[in-house]
Design a protein around this ligand. Structure first.
Ligand SMILES: Cc1cc2nc3c(=O)[nH]c(=O)nc-3n(C[C@H](O)[C@H](O)[C@H](O)COP(=O)(O)OP(=O)(O)OC[C@H]3O[C@@H](n4cnc5c(N)ncnc54)[C@H](O)[C@@H]3O)c2cc1C
Length: 455
């Protein structure tokens, strides 16, 4: 325990965001850092539990959370960095975009607010960069084995880091102009500033990892050629196929897949495009889908100057506090309000979209039907039936944020024209379906160790 009773006496300090009217005018990160004194106080709340569920149950990376909390509390930042970097290859990413699964498992969270672990992590990694503690890996000897990684998202990057540390020669093939995957082309800059990806990629290059960007495997170079040139092939290509909505009116202009909107804005911010290809200034935006991607469309629409933003979801509104279907220490099912929602957005639940309506070939509204859900005794929604009257939500632009489709291993291999072989691994979202950055990183690390062990 860092300070007795501190978890009772000191309240959890939640994230602090820049003021809405300031942050809505730019794409800079919305979250502000905590002061050293705030961090000292917040880390004092860590109870150093006998069984730290944050570490064992919550964090897919098994981060040594109570230990780095204690080091920060003592002011021993170097030690905190050694602990954090011993399990996590990219804490600068997870400390910005992770929903903080660890905090969902924090014992203090049961009744007095979880420790603010994510902000502590961010403070440690940024201090480490500022002090020059983040250095390229020195690889003592090389095995002579060669690995090709298809896809430079978090899964591919973490696979690369571990295999390179283990002495293998790693080349990452990335179809886009730069690595990062959805962290670069999906997640908006106001959540994750893209120079942080570049900063890490430079360190990876200096560690000996080779990047071949602007190269699509399957088009610019065949996967079967790579299997001949390399000892092992890793497919960490994500789940690029977005779920669509095949309903009447889908062909109308103004209806877009969410990622086309988000990627276009990120490319424009990065100077890859002169301007975002989809602009919603002065328009009424309807976002269909209540997850992270939908929330990112909300925030991006605000920054472009949308007249209004509405987000609808077919599922019921989650409860304000932890649902009994996800008791502690599980990740709680509850209503989450993002920084983008705080900027203004009408959020509605229990609505099924049945058709789009339009004028002169452009969308002017979405027909929605209320639904009612049959729930399990613990509150989990099971199935819905239409109820009430249909209505039309007027809008000028629609973003479909309905998730992404996972392919089976067999489908992926066929797509790349490959026969199954133990010399081919699949990891990250490509293996497990759409998930989280932290899970992609953890899976990439695990796959790397499996590949190495087989040698
Ligand atoms: C809009 C949006 C917001 C999100 N927000 C969050 C969030 O806040 N927090 C969070 O934890 N998670 C978030 N996620 C989920 C998270 O981004 C993903 O789970 C994670 O990026 C998956 O990592 P990955 O490496 O498996 O795949 P990806 O990140 O999809 O990377 C795959 C890479 O493979 C490349 N590639 C694909 N095919 C080829 C090919 N043939 N040749 C060469 N390269 C190829 C792609 O260009 C891409 O760079 C979000 C997702 C989206 C879409």
């Amino acid at each position: 325990m860092n300070e007795q009773r501190a978890f009772l006496d000191i309240p959890r300090l939640d994230h602090v965001y820049r003021p809405v009217d300031e942050r809505e005018r730019d794409f800079a990160e919305v979250e502000m850092p905590m002061s050293d004194e705030q961090l000292r106080q917040q880390t004092s709340r860590c109870m150093n539990c006998g069984i730290p569920f944050c570490h064992g149950t919550g964090c897919p990376l098994d981060n040594l959370i109570p230990d780095f909390n204690a080091a920060v509390h003592r002011g021993d930042w170097r030690q905190a960095w050694e602990l954090l970097s011993s399990t996590s290859p990219f804490p600068e990413f997870t400390s910005r975009v992770c929903p903080a699964l660890c905090e969902g498992s924090c014992t203090a969270g049961m009744n007095c607010g979880a420790v603010t672990i994510r902000q502590v992590e961010k403070a440690i990694v940024e201090r480490a960069f500022a002090n020059g503690w983040v250095q390229p890996d020195q690889v003592a000897s090389r095995s002579g084995r060669r690995v090709a990684i298809v896809g430079g998202g978090p899964a591919g990057l973490s696979t690369a880091v571990i295999l390179n540390r283990l002495g293998h020669n790693v080349t990452v093939y990335e179809k886009n102009a730069g690595p990062g995957g959805l962290m670069r082309y999906g997640i908006p800059d106001f959540k994750l500033f893209k120079q942080l990806i570049e900063r890490r990629v430079q360190i990876m290059k200096k560690s000996g990892i080779r990047f071949v960007c602007d190269t699509e495997v399957g088009r610019d170079v065949s996967a079967s050629y790579l299997t001949k040139q390399y000892d092992h092939l890793v497919l960490s290509c994500g789940t690029p196929v977005a779920r669509d909505l095949s309903i009447p009116g889908r062909e109308l202009q103004g209806i877009h897949l969410a990622l086309d909107f988000l990627a276009g804005q990120n490319r424009a911010n990065a100077g890859e495009l002169p301007a975002p290809p989809i602009v919603v200034k002065g328009q009424r935006v309807l976002v269909i889908g209540g997850g992270d991607t939908g929330s990112d469309c909300v925030g991006t629409s605000h920054r472009q100057g949308a007249a209004s933003v509405t987000q609808i979801e077919i599922m019921p509104q989650p409860p304000a506090t932890r649902s009994s279907s996800t008791p502690w220490p599980l990740w709680p099912y509850l209503l989450r309000t993002s920084s983008s929602h705080e900027e203004g957005c009408e959020r509605r639940w229990d609505l099924s979209t049945t058709a789009f309506v339009g004028e002169n070939g452009r969308v002017s509204g979405a027909k929605v039907h209320p639904v009612s859900w049959t729930c399990a005794p613990d509150g989990r929604p099971l199935k819905f039936t239409p109820t009430g009257n249909e209505e039309v939500i007027a809008c000028d632009v629609v973003f479909l944020a309905l998730g992404f489709i996972k392919q089976s291993r067999q489908q992926l291999l066929e797509q790349y024209g490959l026969a199954d072989s133990p010399a081919i691994s699949i990891c990250g979202d490509a293996a497990n379906g759409p998930s989280l950055v932290v899970r992609a990183i953890a899976d990439g690390m695990a796959q790397a160790r499996t590949i190495d062990t087989a040698w």
